[in-house]
Design a protein around this ligand. Structure first.
Ligand SMILES: *Cc1c(COP(=O)(O)O)cnc(C)c1O
Length: 361
């Protein structure tokens, strides 16, 4: 454990140490069956039990109503950018998208292959430093759904409350799923790549209201149809077994921490510690507007790019890794997902104070 660093990476991201230890042992010999999870049939009773338990924990922690299906898919969150419109749009059909960052923009690009897309809000001209207030966006009449990204990983903004609308809500929650409590039943479809807040890369969770399964046009490929996977319990083909197993262990860990309410409190405290540091000086400047600040990804700048480069190098040398901002924003970014320990935030804050003292602007 002594060689582990504080990993602020935006994704794939840090995992709980006790999960890694458990998984390391399960890779070699799962529960004494004489082989590891990666080597066993996805139809073995051991793996079927892993899958069932993972889904059960997700349903319990998120309070997912029975009328929603939970799917374990591959292709990353990015494949949902086209699967959503492929299944829910079609010729002559419309959807409204909120353009709050790079991931939203990519989803808009894909959706245009399948239907008519209206952008109901965009903060692109403001460098994506904010998400809309509730009254600030428009849902175009006749839209099949309203699409948004709950947490903008790259720019460090997050919806503090979700859109209230009669239109079906579709949300990319890749970087804040399970970080806070919300009501699943106000959504039609939620998806998340696992590698930020849920587990390793390789599995993407889709939570879909069951009446939407029949909306897909007839002429789409079998593998890209939600109903295919829903009907077969995500076993139409080989699922990402190992990634599902690790995700299940992360969910067990989360339940042990006290579940979503407990982790939400911890997440708030971690983020507050860093934002308080940023707000206490003009040396550091947060990228996001205050009302749009993310508790998961905190993007900030120093007085000059030279100081930023020095900050990143010196912090890495101190075991504070992954603080370089995304190339589209520059500067620094600290990602504080569920599994990131509070003590790592305290270390970062201490380093920031020291760095400012030794490197005046
Ligand atoms: C990382 C990320 C994605 C892309 O995920 P992939 O699994 O790499 O395709 C999409 N949306 C959001 C919000 C993300 O943070």
């Amino acid at each position: 454990m002594s060689t582990r660093i504080y990993n602020f990476s935006p994704g794939p991201a840090t995992l709980p140490y006790e999960v890694l230890e458990q998984v390391a042992s399960d890779i070699v010999d799962y529960h004494g069956v004489g082989m590891g999870v990666m080597e066993m049939s996805h139809r073995s009773k051991e793996f079927m039990a892993i899958m069932a338990k993972t889904e059960e924990l997700l349903r319990e922690l998120m309070e997912i109503p029975d009328r929603y299906k939970v799917l374990f898919l591959q292709g990353g969150a990015s494949s949902q950018f086209f699967m959503v419109p492929m299944n829910l749009l079609g010729p002559g059909k419309k959807a409204t998208y909120l353009n709050t960052g790079t991931w939203a923009k990519k989803a808009i690009h894909e959706a245009r292959f399948f239907g008519e897309v209206t952008v109901g809000f965009s903060s692109e001209e403001q460098h994506f430093k904010r998400v809309p207030d509730p009254a600030e966006y428009q849902v175009s009449p006749g839209s099949e759904y309203l699409y948004f990204v709950s947490n903008n990983t790259i720019f460090g903004t997050q919806f503090q409350s979700f859109p209230q609308t009669d239109t079906l809500l579709v949300c990319d929650m890749s970087s804040d799923i399970l970080s806070r409590r919300f009501d699943v039943s106000s959504f039609g479809l939620i998806f998340a790549g696992a590698q930020k807040n849920l587990g390793p890369a390789g599995v993407t969770i889709v939570i879909i209201r069951d009446d939407l399964l029949d909306r897909a046009p007839q002429n789409i490929p079998t593998m890209l149809r939600y109903k295919t996977h829903a009907d077969k319990g995500s076993m139409f083909n080989t699922p990402p077994c190992s990634a599902i197993h690790v995700t299940g262990e992360v969910l067990k860990w989360l339940k042990k921490q006290g579940g979503v309410d407990a982790i939400e409190q911890i997440n708030r405290e971690k983020a507050a510690a860093l934002y308080d540091m940023i707000d206490s000086t003009d040396y550091y400047r947060g990228h996001a507007e205050k009302g749009s600040r993310s508790a998961m990804n905190i993007a900030f700048n120093l007085p000059t790019p030279e100081l930023e480069a020095k900050f990143i190098a010196e912090s890495a040398a101190r075991g504070l890794s992954g603080l370089k901002g995304h190339r589209s924003v520059g500067g620094c970014r600290a990602s504080l997902y569920n599994a990131f320990p509070a003590i790592g935030v305290a270390e970062l804050v201490a380093f920031m104070k020291e760095f400012e003292m030794h490197n005046p602007a």
